[in-house]
Design a protein around this ligand. Sequence first.
Ligand code: PMP
Length: 362
Amino acid sequence: QGNRAYNFNAGPSALPLAVLEKAQQELLDFRGTGMSVMELSHRGDVYEEVHNQAIARLKDLLSISDDYEVLFVQGGGSMQFSMVPMNFLQPGKTAAYIMTGAWSEKAFGEAKLFGEPYHAASSKDSNYRYIPKLEDIKFQESDAYVHLTSNNTIFGTQWREFPDTGSVPLIADMSSDILSKPIDVNQFAMIYAGAQKNLGPSGVTVVILRKDLLEKANTNIPTMLQYGIYAKNNSLYNTPPTFGIYLLGEVLNWVQETGGLAELTKRNEEKAKLIYDAIDASNGFYYGHAEPESRSLMNITFRVKDEALEKQFLAEAKKEGFVGLNGHRSVGGCRASAYNAVPYEACKALSQFMVQFQAKHS
Ligand code: PMP
């Protein structure tokens, strides 16, 4: 680890050390070209291979069939909030939004600019402590699509199983849990994810889109906001974020070398357990925000029993080298983000720190 911090940032967040070292090594002379990846033409063979390999690796890791396109878009998860309704919300149609946190709200807000979204279910009444039960979600006949947020970065909740929406396209924002566990891509018409948590650096957003959706997409919108343009041009209609895509490809290699999604799930479960166990064994000194059955393996949100002590906890943790433990500014408290690249040792150190802090102060 050397002088690497215990990085619990919510995003951008920790990247695998091996990936950073490889990028460092290749920085000045990428594969004998005498230049860095950033300096290559995006129309040349060398870059094209990087680009296509990243797509192929993602397809492989998530078992994505040829019925889907894998696209690279800029503008973050936030631009997907707009692109989804712009492309897929037709006049006279509704869109079902399942509200599980601040990012669902942002997505919903954008859809309102283009049509008639509604809340198919919401856990707002509990300050988003849980994921709604499948039987409590109510859809409408007129739905053009259903939208959900698979992992709620701010509140620390995560879906375990997804609703069956039949022939209505299910669209998921997986920005904060993509590649953390195996998923059945075929349950979704579209998945999108900003790269800066589990996939790579900020600046690249991955979109996995079932091809038949493109036939129904609106085309009376700006060129750069049409999924069809990205699909037709292999995400090379204009200059893509080449360095970010290169790093993303290297992160995918690392996932593969680590043992793939089965191994990562195991590690993520072990890592999260260390911290949840410290909360659960604390007799209320620490308490979680999420209800246990909705807890996220990626973002662990908790409070310390009184506010002064919580302040002290965060200050002492910072001094001990733990970075990024402050909860999101909209909810306060504490949050440990334990994405794929956060090592077991960092979570172990945090859980030990939590136990020691409690022993000193209770
Ligand atoms: N969706 C989720 C679940 C997120 O966690 C975030 C950012 N943390 C976003 C969307 C917004 O992403 P961006 O900042 O890339 O626009």
